[in-house]
Design a protein around this ligand. Structure first.
Ligand SMILES: [Zn+2]
Length: 293
């Protein structure tokens, strides 16, 4: 999955300067930007749209800066917070800017696979978030050192909707890079976007994503950008690259342990029964199990 470290760690990508250009490319090329909640609430989707999502795994300050930068572009997106990154004041600030704040849950891994306990905790934490901000969607966090896939907590009796949620960021949005009717999934996991567009080809760098947006080849995109992967300054860029290298080495060591948790087999074993979901989810899930650190 990962090429030689030099191929994507030495290129100066994932800076705020480049993110600024990405936002500009979205707005200047006629895309409607949707939060996850807006997408789920929209009955008839616009011709061209970008669903913009952020999982705040760490680095809350960078998430704050990213949200402000987007607001300056008139863009609203979704920020998913873990219990470890949730900050009530920031959540309210983001909501005030028009962003959606959601819950980045990891209950099944925390409960070591005990689904009843996972649901109890999920309900309690969701309530505590809702004391501060309106939460209508949730998004599974990949817990790379756990063999439990957090998405597996859901079943037909207890779907996300039973918690007054519009949906779940992985389960409720169908993506398919080869079907123009559905959104292509584009994630910064592993410091490369990893999308293969049928017209444009491999989309690896953020400049490639910008070129894709300008090409008119891909009218529907679901973009996931982790704030912790982006840097606001040169100093932060150097720190960021060092951290990613260290995390890569850690993941290589941990890989056999968590390889089993992701992919079609894991999802098929869950009781979530939605037609054709396993195949369409498989690419999202490949990122899910490796995106955290
Ligand atoms: Zn995460």
């Amino acid at each position: 999955m990962y090429g030689p470290a030099s191929s994507h760690f030495t290129v100066r990508d994932f800076t705020f300067g480049i993110y600024d250009r990405l936002l500009e490319a979205i707005t200047e090329n006629g895309y409607s930007v949707q939060t996850v909640a807006e997408h789920l609430e929209t009955a008839e989707q616009p011709e061209k749209y970008v669903i913009l999502r952020h999982d705040v795994d760490r680095k809350v300050d960078i998430a704050r800066s990213m949200a402000r930068l987007e607001a300056a572009h008139g863009i609203a997106s979704t920020y998913y917070f873990r219990t470890s990154t949730f900050d009530p004041a920031l959540a309210r600030e983001m909501a005030g800017e028009g962003h959606e704040v959601g819950y980045h849950y990891e209950e099944l891994a925390r409960a070591r696979g005990d689904r009843d306990r996972a649901h109890e905790r999920f309900e309690a934490i969701l309530e505590s978030f809702r004391d501060h901000v309106d939460v209508t969607t949730a998004c599974s966090h990949g817990s790379p050192l756990s063999r439990h896939l957090n998405l597996d907590m859901w079943d037909e009796d207890r779907p996300p909707e039973s918690y007054d949620l519009l949906g779940e960021a992985y389960l409720s949005i169908e993506t398919d890079d080869t079907d123009p009717a559905l959104a292509s999934y584009c994630s910064d996991t592993g410091r490369h976007w990893g999308l293969v567009d049928p017209t444009v080809g491999t989309v690896r760098t953020t400049d490639d994503v910008i070129a894709l947006l300008e090409s008119d080849a891909c009218p529907r995109l679901y973009i996931l950008a982790h704030p912790s992967r982006w840097s606001r300054s040169s100093g932060e860029f150097v720190e960021r690259v060092g951290w990613d290298l260290a995390a890569e080495i850690g993941k290589q060591a941990a890989r056999p342990a968590h390889r089993a948790q992701h992919g079609v087999t894991a999802l098929a074993s869950s009781a979530v029964q939605t037609t054709a979901l396993p195949i369409r989810l498989s690419r999202q899930l490949t990122g899910l199990s490796t995106h955290d650190y």
